[in-house]
Design a protein around this ligand. Sequence first.
Ligand SMILES: NC(=O)c1ccc[n+]([C@@H]2O[C@H](COP(=O)([O-])OP(=O)(O)OC[C@H]3O[C@@H](n4cnc5c(N)ncnc54)[C@H](OP(=O)(O)O)[C@@H]3O)[C@@H](O)[C@H]2O)c1
Length: 260
Amino acid sequence: MDQPTVIITGASRGIGAAAARSAARLGAAVILAARTAGALAQLAEEIRGSGGRSFEVQADIGREADCRKVIALALEKTGRIDGLVNNAGVLEPMGRIAESDPAGWQTSWAVNFLGPVVLIQAALPELRRSGGRIVNISSGAASSVIPGWAPYSTSKAALNHLTRILAAEEPAVTSVALRPGLVDTQMQAEIRQNGRGRMSESSYDRLSGQHAAGKLLPPEAPGKAAAYLALYSPREWSGEVLPVDDGRIQALYEAHPDQE
Ligand SMILES: NC(=O)c1ccc[n+]([C@@H]2O[C@H](COP(=O)([O-])OP(=O)(O)OC[C@H]3O[C@@H](n4cnc5c(N)ncnc54)[C@H](OP(=O)(O)O)[C@@H]3O)[C@@H](O)[C@H]2O)c1
């Protein structure tokens, strides 16, 4: 009866899937949301196969009705919400502001920012009750200037500020943002494949170089950080934007060892 419930969006691959595995290992029931039903079903089955509890829900986080469906499913299956990890995100469209299409901005902001707003709003009554936690997956691009990444970067900057305002408005809930670092996922592969000529050359070269040098983080690193923050981040961190290598997150790992 005491098992916490953690919702993870963008759980079909990458950082979200790693966060789901980690949260399940820590004893949470996990609600897995994304658009790709097959990958979600496979992960949910894998988690159940290792003795965990998981439920998948196909949802486009850019659609308000789908966001509400995710929260409803969590309550129907487990009756509570203790953590919400807003991880689903899209980098596209890349390109200069001068040539950008407003429709692209709308898609980007719908998934990266407005979806999390709807999810947070719908989950808040339960999160207040549980003294729960919100983890918004941000990006270094929220503060560094990368020409060609305006829709993505501005939506992540807005997510950081949403986190701060939420912390001030909702004292019963802990709201943090996590900067995952440079992570070896499909998003980085898409940058290498589609980014040349659509983003600053220096940033393209830097990201490709980090990949070539084997320096991208495995998704398990920020996934573990997101899961720990969703289950254990203390109230006094509320409003902070934490880098994945923050020493205080490492201390949480030591305070709550998982079964790895
Ligand atoms: N990789 C990095 O270096 C890096 C750096 C900084 C921040 N981040 C952030 O980390 C988060 C996870 O990214 P990742 O690197 O793991 O990328 P990824 O491998 O591309 O995964 C993105 C996830 O988001 C989901 N998603 C995308 N659009 C969605 C939509 N409309 N509705 C529901 N789910 C959607 C995808 O699932 P479906 O396609 O199945 O819907 C997928 O599960 C993102 O917020 C990203 O901005 C990543």
